[in-house]
Ligand binder design. Structure first.
Ligand SMILES: [Zn+2]
Ligand SMILES: [Zn+2]
Length: 377
């Protein structure tokens, strides 16, 4: 077993605290990673606070993980010690269902769906059709930790052109916006709308611009207008009815990156015929959609969930090629609870990234002792 230290929470009203634990040694196909940086995603907060009602405690979040390979199993062929690598939202999937066979593991149809980097399988044993858990573990611990062990197939290569701390948010925010832009075929000259301008919105604008699209940001914050303009986008603030009316039937794709329940109705009339609005930020029930304005131009209201492993590698390579980096602020591990409060208030300019070296120095100071709580990994 490997002694590791992470930050975890033990209940929905608890803060994140240092949590020593033990990882299994890497098996033949596994890669052991010394974590360097981990992005702070809004999902981490939803999960830590059990806002989706499925949290397994202790909860150690983190699915934008960048680090160096410390050790590899005997059957690992694609990575060697010292390589800069990443881990996104998934660490395994059933590998045999039609979605996995098509390389779309993020839509795994297996009895437990995919194994999330933290919080265990997407469908736990209690909710699986046969009451089993093929992954053999109910919980997993994410990247708010010194060490993570992941099967080679779910490890990503970080291109040398990317700074490791800036690469972290690409692993969730980047692929979550890249996947629908690709799926819906955004091409040069298209018009793309981005609703919400936080961590996801920032990546959506940068990626869509690099694909040659003209981008409009819809934000509730006047302060963010100059930031949108600096990225080559135009911006519409709040529910400016005249501005929205002027944009009627003019967009080829709209991505909604708002991280909680919201109203899509003001944006649907902005789509051209046969075009889609895709929800990528929220998993909650949304306000009912007025179907007349969907039907009127055979529009689609859609949603998508992160992206596949292949798409995650693609977006990392795309960002390296187009010199795209998320806007980030690096924080020490000890500031994570304040960071959560600021993210919830919307008081952050894009993405916090935790410097895990600060956690490693906490580990150096911690008294050695047996790990408490359940095993993860
Ligand atoms: Zn995320
Ligand atoms: Zn599958």
């Amino acid at each position: 077993m490997i002694d590791a230290l992470g930050y975890a929470t033990t209940g929905r009203h608890s803060s994140l605290k240092p949590h020593p634990f033990q990882c299994d040694e890497p098996g033949a196909s596994d890669v052991q990673i010394d974590v360097m940086f981990c992005g702070v995603c809004h999902s981490d907060i939803h999960q830590a606070r059990n806002e989706w009602g499925n949290t397994v405690y202790p909860c150690m979040p983190g699915h934008e993980v960048v680090g160096r390979v410390a050790r590899v199993g005997s059957a690992v062929t694609r990575f060697g010690v010292g390589d800069l690598v990443g881990v996104g939202c998934m660490v395994d999937s059933c590998r045999t269902c039609p979605s996995c066979a098509a390389g779309e593991e993020n839509y795994c149809e297996g009895p437990n769906s995919w194994l999330a980097t933290y919080n265990g399988p997407m469908i736990p044993a209690a909710k699986s059709p046969d009451g089993t858990n093929r992954y053999g573990r109910d919980n997993t611990f994410g990247g708010y930790a010194t060490t993570i062990v992941v099967t080679e197939r779910f490890v990503l290569r970080i291109p040398p052109a990317l700074a490791p701390e800036a690469a972290a948010p690409i692993l969730c925010a980047g692929v979550t916006t890249y996947s629908p832009l690709r799926h819906w075929g955004v091409k040069p000259g298209d018009r793309v709308g981005v609703v919400g301008f936080g961590g996801l919105g920032d990546m959506a604008v940068k990626l869509a611009r690099a694909m040659g699209a003209a981008v409009t940001v819809f934000t509730t914050s006047e302060d963010k207008v100059p930031l949108a303009r600096a990225l080559g986008a135009t911006a519409v603030v709040g529910a400016d009815k005249d501005a929205l009316a002027a944009l009627k039937a003019s967009f080829d794709l709209i991505l909604s990156t708002v991280p909680q329940s919201h109203d899509l109705n003001p944006f649907i009339p902005l789509l051209r015929r046969d075009r889609a609005i895709v929800v990528v930020g929220a998993l909650d029930a949304l306000k009912p959609v007025a179907n007349m304005q969907v039907a009127a131009q055979r529009r689609s209201v859609s949603a998508s969930l992160i992206g596949s492993i292949a798409e995650t590698q693609e977006v990392l390579d795309f960002c390296a090629e187009h010199a795209i980096a998320p806007d980030i602020q690096v924080i020490p591990m000890s500031e994570i609870n304040d960071a959560y409060a600021r993210v919830v208030k919307g008081d952050v300019r894009f993405r916090y990234v935790i410097d895990i070296a600060t956690l490693r120095s906490e580990q150096g100071r911690a008294l050695p002792g047996p790990a408490k709580g359940r095993e993860a990994l």
